[in-house]
Design a binder for this molecule. Structure first.
Ligand SMILES: C[S@@+](CC[C@H](N)C(=O)[O-])C[C@H]1O[C@@H](n2cnc3c(N)ncnc32)[C@H](O)[C@@H]1O
Length: 316
């Protein structure tokens, strides 16, 4: 059974996601900045996109294969897929990202190789059944309140021998576990078997409150809980979005529970530094972990920054 946000909260969640991705703040995705090699902050995003492309090229799809992407963002991957000759359809909840994608890939729109549609991946799709050779989702499922419906739609529009490629950030990434505050959060997620997270704050106060234990709630307003030491790194977010948490294991289970067959589990990177001061030792360690991961050591993959999973429909 896929864990979904309970029905009472789904409406609020959906509109919060829509508002966030239509707000001015998310316009930065349009610049495609995080995919530039010199934008060190998001090297993991570039790694993920390249790995996704590697897996797709290994599928040996026909030159004019039909590809559907859910939540295309700045339409960077779309550009690579279009260059490969595929017929590309993308859906995204953000009006400004759709507008931007249409402008960026106007050439392909004109020759009818590309379509960019403003639609939520949680809605019913207007595409024919058994139509796409490949459906891709990279870093968009964390915003979905109800994945059962989405996965059913993916199965419906996929051809019998089609593939589904899913790539998501890993809640137990090595990079997360190396930061004490993030490590604490991950421990709470692990022991409380959390499927969603509600706040981004890294203050000790908020981390303790996120356990939802009565004990901490009771002392919420106490002096101790409100010392600077406890409230440092506190962050309040205007858009109250609930994000779905994924581990490599959770991704595989989600697919299996929804009648997909997992064909390949890949992932990476392991260590990256947002301030670009990664030491030689750390980058060597990253390379070694990546090599071991690529040799398919299941335990190592579980700590990759992103999990990238290739699956097919069960009836194929
Ligand atoms: C983190 S970005 C990732 C974008 C892109 N896939 C990438 O990897 O660069 C998430 C994207 O998913 C889109 N998105 C979020 N919720 C969505 C939904 N319910 N339906 C469709 N798109 C959604 C956002 O508008 C955004 O473009």
């Amino acid at each position: 059974m896929t864990k979904n946000i309970d029905n009472r909260k789904i409406k609020t969640h959906k509109s919060a996601v829509k508002n966030w991705w239509n707000s001015d703040k998310t316009k930065k995705w349009q610049h495609g900045k995080m995919y530039k090699k010199d934008f060190k902050n998001h090297l993991h995003v570039l790694f993920r996109k390249n790995r996704v492309l590697e897996l797709i090229s290994g599928l040996n799809l026909p030159k004019n294969a039909k590809v559907l992407e859910l939540g295309f963002g700045g339409a960077e991957l779309a550009g690579d897929l279009l260059k490969s000759g595929y017929e590309y359809t993308g859906i995204d909840i953000s009006k400004h990202l759709v507008k931007h994608a249409k402008k960026k890939h106007f050439k392909y729109l004109k020759n009818k190789k590309a379509k960019f549609i403003n639609l939520s991946l949680e809605d019913k799709y207007s595409f024919k059944s058994n139509y796409f050779d490949l459906v891709i989702e990279v870093g968009a499922f964390q915003y979905a309140g109800n994945l059962t419906k989405t996965l059913n739609e993916i199965k419906r529009v996929l051809k019998v021998k089609g593939f589904f490629l899913m790539a998501q950030s890993n809640m137990y990434s090595f990079n997360n576990l190396m930061n004490f505050r993030r490590f604490l959060k991950a421990l709470i997620w692990f022991f409380q078997k959390k499927n969603f997270f509600y706040n981004y704050s890294l203050s000790f106060k908020d981390i303790l409150l996120s356990t939802e234990l009565k004990f901490f709630k009771k002392y919420k307003n106490s002096k101790f809980m409100n010392f600077k030491f406890m409230t440092n790194y506190s962050e309040v977010w205007k858009y109250k979005i609930i994000k779905r948490l994924f581990s490599i294991g959770k991704m595989q289970k989600l697919l299996k529970d929804n009648q997909f067959i997992v064909k390949k589990v890949s992932g990476g990177p392991f260590i990256y530094n947002s301030k670009d001061n990664t030491t030689i030792i750390l980058s060597m360690l990253n390379k070694t972990l990546q090599l071991l991961c690529d040799l398919k050591l299941p335990l190592i993959i579980r700590f990759a920054d992103s999990g990238i999973i290739l699956a097919s429909k069960k009836n194929s």
